[in-house]
Design a protein around this ligand. Structure first.
Ligand code: WT7
Length: 648
């Protein structure tokens, strides 16, 4: 689908130069791309971040390991919170927090944030959290989530935030892998008017994570939860008598290369990888890109409508914007509660000037129709952003027209959990936009598209995207698994970072991202491994074999299709189907539930026994099948075509 749209677009050639009034005052102006990259990153390192000890060396590159800002010491929490208060900006709003229940809202200034973070950090200290203690966080979008992350950063305790939609197994797996000693969660979170029992799921996870000795519980809904004596502690009780002046809990001095957090993400095996992000380069990278790409000004009201449980939220809700002293919106709930105009009500009420979201969300709003946006005054918006998957030109144009009033630039930002920061993106005051293209790599980012043999492909031809030089927020490894790090990213083209995305570069040098080329699916902007879903399926006692692939879906980008062979010749039934979907939800999380399950007596395999994934994808996509003589059971084709799509 992507290819067809891009071809249509290239021949049609719609382009959008920067609006003159935008270009005149933009943070990234003429000459921005001409700067020497090392000079640029040295300057950003000095000016955008406050160091306890200034760095001595910009970068060290021993492929595949990079270090940035060597010799520098700093604290991420100090940079995101304290220094803004010290500079006299304590009254500035850090977050306009909007709870899901209508009317449940709170404005949090930088001074408020500092008090809350100090109180939270001191409470963690009482629980024995020190520099180096690994902490897991399993929460919804409440103010205490960024507060908890910053409190960890203040103490030098690395965190891993696990998205609230993940299962108990996913949570315990991550906690065990990282060696977490403390878990922070909440009683329940709100989702579409209904409570989600986070503490209950956390309890199941804790039963399988014996290394976690304390669980700190924030009260959100007031719903009933069980508390285990000696392990579980209510935050509001434990923090009641804790001081909140910053001097009572100073920021730890951290090395630029000290671990800030792990973010687990799906790879091509069943086991998620703990992506390592360190402190100095990460903070410089995310704050710099945030400043230039979103053209952040003192009066910007910025809203990244992602969940903090993903890298987007870490880099562009928490660390980047707060480091820049930005005023952001933080929204707890779904776009359709209580009605489908909730986002636009929020934009109008807070006067949001920059909105950053994912193509899947845009397509959902498209499906609902523009009338919901038209109920509200969206004229405050001056810039829109997109992230998470290739954006189809139709969605891009709809976004600009109905949300951006036919006037705002749309920046399509390409990056990954591993890159930590955006690497390919337009700059709104400089770039002539092409719907569907992320346009150009940022200064100092050396991206290229290679063929199988490692040669650069000519303009217009497809190939594998690689990065040839390191960047500040680059992953420093996979936690505890250097071999997998080298194998996954650096073995196909030695010395070059293998992205896992297909891409092409057009005659103007603009990049077009074409989606994953490995066994990773992208469902609603979430990365899910086919193998991970397959292992969840075969974990069910009735399943003999399973093969999983993605098919394109108009709304979610890709949808998950599973082909399942049941044990003992069982034929499969709607009950079995529902049970297997639930089983996957229980093993991984609802986001990994297959949209379709096709029961088949046999899976198509090659003679050497390899599952023919390409064929399965073609079946799932309804494409013509080519040579299917080796397909064991052609009925699979008919079956998937006849089966109604199950509700995801
Ligand atoms: C994968 C990374 C980056 C935060 C959200 C996802 C795809 C991401 C774009 C874009 C085309 C994109 C890629 C990438 N992707 N942004 N603007 N255009 N594709 O982070 O879960 O690490 O997924 O998302 O395939 O490899 P992630």
């Amino acid at each position: 689908m992507t290819d067809i749209n891009i071809d249509a677009l290239l021949s049609e050639g719609r382009t959008y130069p920067p609006p003159p009034e935008f270009a005149a005052g933009a943070n990234a102006g003429p000459g921005f791309y001409d700067r020497d990259p090392d000079e640029f990153w040295t300057e950003q390192g000095r000016e955008r971040v406050s160091w306890f000890t200034p760095f001595e060396t910009l970068r060290e590159w021993n492929p595949p390991y990079a270090k940035w800002y060597l010799g520098g010491t700093l604290n991420a929490c100090y940079n995101c919170v304290d220094r803004h208060v010290e500079a006299g900006n304590g009254d500035r709003i850090a977050f306009h927090w909007e709870g899901e229940p209508v009317g449940d809202r709170r404005d949090i200034s930088y001074a408020d944030l500092q008090r809350e973070v100090v109180r939270f950090a001191s409470t963690l200290k009482q629980l024995g959290v020190r520099k180096g203690t690994a902490v897991a966080i399993y929460m919804g979008m409440v103010p205490e989530l960024p507060v908890a992350m910053l409190a960890c950063a203040r103490l030098g305790a690395p965190h891993t935030v696990v998205f609230g939609g993940f299962s108990a197994d996913s949570l315990s797996g991550r906690m065990n892998d990282m060696g977490c000693e403390v878990l922070i969660t909440q009683d329940e979170s709100w989702r579409r008017g209904r409570p989600v029992p986070l503490k209950q799921t956390a309890d199941q996870a804790l039963a399988a994570a014996p290394g976690v000795r304390s669980c700190l519980v924030v009260r959100r809904t007031g719903g009933e939860v069980s508390m285990v004596d000696g392990r579980d502690v209510w935050y509001h009780e434990a923090s009641a008598d804790v001081p909140d002046d910053p001097a009572s809990c100073p920021c730890e001095v951290m090395d630029a290369e000290d671990l800030l957090f792990l973010m687990y993400t799906s790879g091509t095996t069943a086991r998620p990888k703990g992506i390592v992000h360190t402190t100095g380069g990460y903070l410089v990278g995310v704050s710099t890109t945030h400043h230039y790409i979103f053209d952040i000004k003192p009066d910007t009201v910025y809203w990244c409508a992602a969940d903090i449980g993903w890298i987007t939220g870490h880099s562009y809700i928490v660390y980047g914007p707060l480091c820049n002293g930005t005023t952001s919106v933080l929204y707890e709930g779904t776009p359709d509660f209580p009605d489908r105009d909730r986002w636009w009500d929020i934009v109008a009420r807070y006067g949001v000037t920059v909105l950053y979201t994912a193509p899947t969300a845009i397509r959902t709003h498209m499906k609902w129709g523009p009338e919901y946006a038209q109920r509200h005054d969206l004229s405050s918006l001056r810039l829109l952003g997109s992230v998470g998957e290739p954006i189809n030109p139709e969605a891009w144009i709809w976004y600009r027209k109905y949300i951006g009033g036919d006037r705002t630039p749309v920046v399509d930002t390409w990056w990954q959990t591993e890159t930590g920061m955006v690497l390919i993106s337009p700059l709104p005051g400089l770039t002539t936009l092409k719907p569907g293209s992320a346009t150009r790599p940022l200064p100092g980012i050396d991206a290229a598209v290679l063929d199988e043999r490692g040669n650069e492909v000519p303009p217009g031809a497809g190939g594998y995207l690689v990065l040839r030089t390191p960047w500040p927020a680059m992953l420093r490894g996979i936690f505890g698994d250097p071999e997998r790090y080298e194998q996954t990213y650096w073995s196909k083209y030695p010395g070059r970072y293998f992205v896992g995305d297909g891409a092409r570069v057009d005659e103007d040098g603009d990049f077009w991202l074409l989606g994953r080329i490995d066994d990773v699916m992208n469902v609603s902007g979430h990365r899910i491994s086919t193998i991970e879903v397959e292992s969840a399926l075969v974990d069910h006692p009735s399943v003999a074999e399973a093969a999983v692939c993605g098919r394109s879906d108009a709304q979610t980008g890709q949808a998950i299709v599973a082909y399942v062979t049941l044990k003992g010749g069982e034929e499969g039934s709607p009950t079995r189907l529902a049970e297997l979907r639930e089983h996957v939800a229980g093993k991984i999380g609802k986001l990994a539930m297959p949209a379709n399950i096709v029961f088949t007596p046999e899976l198509p395999k090659t003679r050497s026994g390899k599952i023919m994934r390409r064929l399965l994808r073609d079946v799932a996509e309804n494409r013509s099948l080519g040579d299917t003589t080796t397909l064991a059971d052609p009925a699979v084709v008919e079956e998937i075509r006849s089966r109604a799509t199950a509700e995801a």
